[in-house]
Design a protein around this ligand. Structure first.
Ligand code: NAP
Ligand code: ZN
Ligand code: ZN
Length: 351
């Protein structure tokens, strides 16, 4: 084992602060990574505050990790010291069930091992995430990051990127389709970029009048203020597909009603309380309501390669590690432009 410094929540109502963590020494299949940057996902906030009621404290969040390989185990062939790599929301899975075999590790029938707040398969310790200086991960869950992209702006691709890329691909979003993205936060702004890159007609729905110009700049063809009942009424029945990336409770039926016959609304935002669904919104036009969870390892690599080819990264605001509570407070006010990324050089050297 070796120790390194991380930033942890020690209780749901505690401010995050530095702690000393133990990381396993790299085994034959492990990659030890010096973390350069870690994105701040709203899921980090949900879990640090125990909003999903499954947090194991102390909790070191962070699943948008970019860093350089420090060393590798004897069986590691795909990575070498110095490589730029990424780690997303998963660090392991059973690797044997049908979902794992098909490369959908996020739907592992045994349950994947989350990058933080999970139980390691190697030794049974608790996983600690990317708000730390180093991490050790099995090579099967390490991604290659295109060197030509700025590494800080790549970090959010590891969760916000794949979580929006995967459903847009699965439901074959492309030219000739009118596609809605709901909520311009970390996920939503990547959803706008990908839907545009895939050739769809993109409409952003936002509660924030201050984000209209940014929505257009990021790739939306139109921006609708969702608090404007008249503007919402004009959009009824006009959408093939809608991706909802809202982190808080909101009226989902208002968006179901915007779908055409057989249209699909996919929920990726994960509010802490249930969203009531009006069955009439579904059955009147045989509409579909679904969900989607991050993406598998092969698709995450495909997404990173696509971003390398098309020069796509996140729009980020860099923060110091000790600004994390301010970043969380701004997230709760929807004041995110459009992903906070922690510069890990600002992590304290010792506790
Ligand atoms: P975020 O950066 O905080 O963005 C959320 C956006 O939702 C806000 O910027 C805001 O956009 C909108 N919003 C917030 N409160 C709202 C309200 N009361 N009513 C309507 N809109 C509201 O969060 P994120 O990191 O993108 O994450 C979004 C959600 O996805 C979180 O719940 C997160 O846990 C979840 N998530 C799910 C997956 C998955 O695999 N399914 C993966 C990662 C994250 P506007 O200002 O434009 O309205
Ligand atoms: Zn996330
Ligand atoms: Zn599995």
């Amino acid at each position: 084992m070796f120790s390194c410094v991380g930033y942890a929540a020690t209780a749901a109502d505690a401010r995050l602060g530095p702690i000393k963590l133990d990381r396993r020494d790299p085994g034959p299949d492990d990659v030890q990574i010096d973390i350069l940057y870690c994105g701040v996902c709203h899921s980090d906030l949900h879990q640090a505050r125990n909003e999903w009621q499954n947090t194991i404290f102390p909790c070191v969040p962070g699943h948008e990790i970019v860093g350089r390989v420090a060393k590798v185990g004897a069986s590691v062939t795909r990575f070498h010291a110095g490589d730029l790599v990424g780690v997303g929301c998963m660090v392991d899975s059973c690797r044997e069930c049908p979902s794992c075999r098909e490369g959908f590790e996020q739907y592992c029938e045994v349950g994947f091992v989350p990058t933080y707040n999970g139980e390691e398969r190697q030794g049974g310790g608790i996983t600690f995430g990317g708000y730390s200086r180093a991490v050790v991960v099995d090579q099967a869950f390490v991604l290659k990051v295109p060197e030509k992209l700025g590494p800080a702006a790549v970090a959010p691709l590891l969760c916000a990127g794949i979580t929006t890329y995967s459903p847009l691909r699965h439901w074959k979003v492309g030219p000739g389709q009118r596609v809605g993205i709901v909520g311009l936060g970390g996920l939503g702004h990547m959803g706008v970029k990908f839907a545009r890159a895939f050739g769809a007609e993109v409409v952003l729905f936002t509660t924030s009048a201050s984000k209209v110009a940014d929505g257009l700049r990021l790739g939306a063809h139109e921006v609708v203020l969702s608090k404007d009942a008249g503007a919402m009424a004009k959009e009824r029945g006009r959408f093939d597909f809608i991706l909802d990336a809202v982190a808080a409770n909101h009226d989902i039926n208002a968006y179901l009603d915007l779908l055409k016959r057989d249209g699909t609304l996919v929920q990726v935002g994960a509010p802490e309380t249930p969203l009531p669904v009006s069955v009439f919104s579904l059955l009147m036009k045989r509409r579909n309501f679904s969900g989607s969870l991050i993406g598998g390892i092969p698709e995450t690599q495909e997404m990173l390669d696509f971003c390398g080819e098309h020069d796509i990264t996140a729009d980020i605001e860099m923060i110091r590690m000790d600004q994390i509570e301010d970043a969380y407070a701004r997230m709760l006010r929807s004041d995110v432009k459009y992903r906070f990324v922690i510069d890990m050089a600002t992590m304290p050297e010792s506790v």
